[in-house]
Design a protein around this ligand. Structure first.
Ligand code: ATP
Length: 509
């Protein structure tokens, strides 16, 4: 019998080692529970109740006086703790197994490991480590099952962290940066699941205040599902906005203009507008535009060609000096806003005008981004002509769309499978201005509600941030683009790559 004692000791040691990580992961609950037991045992339940009452009252006063801090350090951590314990941990093994995310190997069931739960008032962010043999696509495929298993309607899956490392300043910044390096390191086996408990985007997002200065790297346009502001990096990108009629494309355009307003007033940004729908959308803020056409098509096409000329002149000036344009008052950023891009590239009856418009747009889209000439195009219909240009728009925003297959046409192959359900967005008037965007740092689309700028706010903004008078540039001679012969193709436009020249070579009839 003597050998039983070492055996039992060995088993206890094994169990303790196994228990350690569990205790560490639940350290808050374990500490609180141990404290409560100790108080009750040592001083009786009256003291325990008194301590609990005082703690509750302290939190109440904190909430009343410094609500954001109280939310950050008490309410949301407490909610996260509760959700972790009673929603996720309790049903984790069962849910992972029935959703077919547990892998069996060597007779042992490997369940994804629950690492962390962090809550906001609207969402639960659950971080897990995948067992070997899986990739994030397995979780994309199981997203709906996961959502319903944990009592939510929507579960979004992200293969990378959603937040960026903070900017560190001050004496200990180097140390914090080192810590951030470890915290924000790339962890391919970690997956972030975001369960949407209640839709935080139900309410209209009011227009943001006009910023004091425009940050072209981070223009605030709306609110993301996790209630973080969605910011657009406009420098060196063209933006395509697609949405069915009355989806709220205007709120994207006006939120963008609002964020640009200080730079428009100072002359750092020159906004040009083309509104082929008769000026219905953009004319309310006419004073913000340095150039604006809405009535007839020939001046619109001439304006596109004029912008190409501006771009070419700048290209000549930049040659051999710099590779990327930085906006200055002498060399401002040109932003061309086209409200219905389809009207220029597909719906125009005049074949000659249409070909010229396509050629000019193609040049702007292929060459403009690096030269500080950007296009922001909106359209209702992702049809062939728009899709052909789609790849030249690095930033795409899809609002409500009529067909499921339109989603991949706009945002790129696989976007709908990764969660961009634009065809399922509600058409109710109270739910307008919601769409999906693909952010720079990860492939999963993000749902965003764009801020709604009212007509009065547009009028006020147009008065307060009117564009300065600009001396009209001398019109540069632009070769008239008719049909190309093969010979012309190589001599007429050095800026136009062959792939686009092919597009223009199509028989317009
Ligand atoms: N972000 C938003 N939040 C709340 N309501 C919005 C939002 N954006 C638009 N709306 C509402 O939807 C209506 C239509 O919006 P908007 O004109 O921007 O749509 P659109 O997509 O540009 O339509 P169209 O294709 O006909 O030009 C607006 O009058 C407004 O009442």
């Amino acid at each position: 019998m003597w050998f039983v004692v070492p055996y039992l000791l060995w088993q206890v040691a094994k169990a303790t080692v196994r228990l350690m990580p569990v205790l560490w992961r639940n350290r808050t609950s374990v500490t609180l529970a141990a404290l409560a037991v100790w108080l009750w045992h040592r001083h009786g339940w009256e003291v325990l109740a008194l301590v609990a009452g005082v703690a509750g009252a302290t939190v109440g006063v904190w909430w009343w006086q410094w609500r954001p801090w109280c939310e950050r350090f008490v309410v949301l951590p407490a909610l996260s703790w509760w959700q972790r314990l009673f929603v996720y941990q309790l049903h984790w093994r069962e849910a992972m197994t029935v959703c077919r995310l547990a892998e069996r190997f060597d007779g042992k069931l490997n369940v994804p490991r629950l690492l962390r739960v962090r809550c906001t008032y609207a969402t639960d962010e659950v971080v897990l480590r995948m067992p070997r043999g899986q990739n994030p696509d397995d979780y994309h495929a199981a997203a709906a099952n996961l959502a319903y298993s944990f009592g939510a309607r929507i579960c979004r899956v992200y293969s990378g962290r959603r937040d960026m490392p903070p900017t560190r300043r001050g004496r200990w910044a180097w140390l914090l940066r080192l810590v951030d390096r470890v915290r924000y390191r790339d962890r391919p086996r970690v997956v972030w699941l975001v369960f949407v408990r209640r839709d935080p985007l139900r309410r209209t997002v009011p227009a943001f205040d006009v910023p004091e200065t425009t940050d072209l790297e981070a223009l605030p346009l709306g609110l993301r599902e996790d209630l973080v502001r969605y910011v657009l990096r406009l420098l060196a990108t063209h933006v395509l906005i697609v949405g069915a009629t009355r989806a709220g494309k205007g709120s994207v355009q006006w939120s963008l203009i609002r964020a640009l307003a200080p730079a428009i007033r100072s002359g750092l940004v020159r906004l040009w507008g083309i509104d082929p729908k008769g000026g219905v959308e953009l004319s309310l803020g006419r004073q913000l535009f340095s150039r604006y056409e809405y009535a007839t098509v020939p001046p619109m096409v001439a304006m596109l060609e004029e912008l190409v000329a501006v771009m070419r002149e700048r290209q000549a000036r930049m040659q051999g000096k710099t590779r990327a344009h930085t906006p200055t008052l002498d060399e401002p950023l040109y932003v061309l806003m086209v409200d219905e891009i389809l009207a220029l590239v597909a719906l125009l009856q005049d074949v000659d005008l249409r070909t010229r418009a396509k050629a000019a747009l193609a040049m702007l889209l292929t060459q403009g981004a690096g030269l500080g000439v950007l296009v922001v195009g909106a359209t209702q219909d992702p049809r062939k002509e728009v899709v052909e240009l789609r790849d030249f728009f690095p930033t795409r925003i899809a609002l409500r769309l009529n067909e499921p297959n339109h989603v991949d046409l706009v945002l790129g192959q696989g976007s709908r499978a990764r969660g961009a359900l634009c065809d399922q967005l509600s058409a109710r008037p109270s739910m307008r201005g919601i769409g999906y965007v693909v952010l720079d740092d990860r492939p999963e689309p993000e749902r965003v509600r764009f801020a709604y700028v009212t007509d009065d706010e547009i009028r006020d903004m147009a008065v307060a941030y009117a564009a300065p008078e600009v001396v009209k540039p001398k019109p540069a001679p632009i070769p008239r683009q008719g049909r190309h012969t093969n010979k012309q193709k190589h001599t007429a436009g050095p800026l136009l790559p062959d792939s686009l020249a092919g597009l223009l070579d199509e028989d317009p009839a």
